[in-house]
Design a protein around this ligand. Structure first.
Ligand SMILES: [Zn+2]
Ligand SMILES: [Zn+2]
Length: 334
């Protein structure tokens, strides 16, 4: 942890969160000094059992767009960004924006994921240092799934499998099916690269949201402890798009994991919190949780603005529940 950070711990807040997420202990709550804040960030006490318990469907926000999802023992890690910087990687070092909130779990505490799910090739989502760490720790073990025309960035790593999914395609892995859906974003990682958003459909780097759906056999195997198939939408990185309306024929999307930051001034490619809520409503999700904020100084909006706007927008919507709103919190999905 950076020495410039101060630690604030509020017993009342901590006990409230303890009861809401069922954790026995909390790490300290920290905020960077240069943000003046009345709000607290909470952090997971590491408990890998939380994620490997076969009976659980849960998710924890590690930071930025990194969410650790457990679907009855299938562990999925989205857009892993686990270290201090994001950006260009040269000779084993990463040069770019520095994180302002530490990850809720240290990299060594992250359970070995069965699946790493990558929305697109932007530096804050496809982070080479994190992916090198995960594959070096567990060579040949992890299945990586990424957007069309992006696997070349990470094909030097020792995956179990590395597969691209284009919009409308899906695959089965472990106990889940994963389907790729279109979002409104852009794809180039380095200037000048082909980009689907520029109309380069064949060769352009693409960008996905993913519907994670529990497989029927997994459902049957766990019938004792759950009575429905769980579905989670990982929204990736997107501006407001009506494409999620196409999903409203699917019943029971339990949780929409939606980006809510970096909309100022980049609203053309990043939705604001109200639009994230609209998209969750478009797909008729029951619960929304945020990503893409409070971790790196990417947008000009204030550190706490996206979260405050999200809380307000969900509060105004009687059909939607806020699963959590802070980095480090855990949601147990019923
Ligand atoms: Zn992006
Ligand atoms: Zn991003």
């Amino acid at each position: 942890m950076s020495p410039q950070r101060r630690t604030i711990v509020s017993g009342a807040v901590a006990s409230g969160i303890l009861s809401s997420v069922g954790l026995s202990t909390l790490k300290s709550m920290t905020v960077p000094k240069r943000w003046s804040t009345q709000s607290e960030l909470t952090f997971l006490e590491h408990s890998t059992q939380e994620y490997s318990a076969d009976s659980a469907v849960s998710m924890a926000w590690i930071g930025h767009s990194t969410v650790l999802i457990n679907i009855h023992g299938t562990i999925i890690l989205t857009d892993p960004v686990l270290f201090n910087n994001i950006g260009v990687r040269i000779l084993g070092a990463t040069f770019g924006p520095r994180r302002i909130t530490r990850p809720a779990l240290d990299p060594s505490e992250i359970p070995v994921p069965d699946i790493v799910l990558l929305s697109h090739a932007h530096m804050d989502h496809m982070d080479l240092a994190s992916l090198e760490f995960l594959t070096n720790r567990s060579p040949g073990k992890i299945h990586a799934i990424t957007a069309k025309n992006t696997s070349d960035v990470i094909d030097y790593l020792e995956w179990n499998s590395l597969r691209e999914l284009d919009w409308g395609e899906s695959l089965d892995e472990g106990g889940v099916s994963i389907g790729a859906f279109p979002v409104k974003h852009f794809g180039w990682r380095l200037p000048g690269e082909p980009d689907r958003a520029k109309g380069q459909r064949k060769s352009g780097r693409s960008f996905n949201a993913y519907l994670i759906e529990e497989k029927q056999q997994n459902f049957q195997a766990n019938r004792v402890s759950c009575d429905k198939i769980h579905r989670i939408m990982f929204g990736g990185d997107t501006a407001y798009t009506e494409s999620f309306k196409d999903l409203n024929f699917i019943n029971n999307i339990d949780v929409a994991i939606m980006p809510i930051g970096a909309y100022n001034p980049w609203k053309a490619v990043h939705c604001n919190p109200e639009e994230a809520v609209m998209m969750a409503r478009d797909m008729q999700a029951s619960t929304i949780v945020p990503i893409h904020c409070m971790t790196f100084p990417l947008g000009r909006e204030g550190f706490h603005e996206p979260r405050a706007r999200l809380v307000k927008a969900v509060h105004a919507d009687s059909d939607l529940t806020l699963g959590y709103s802070q980095i480090g919190q855990l949601l147990k999905v019923a």
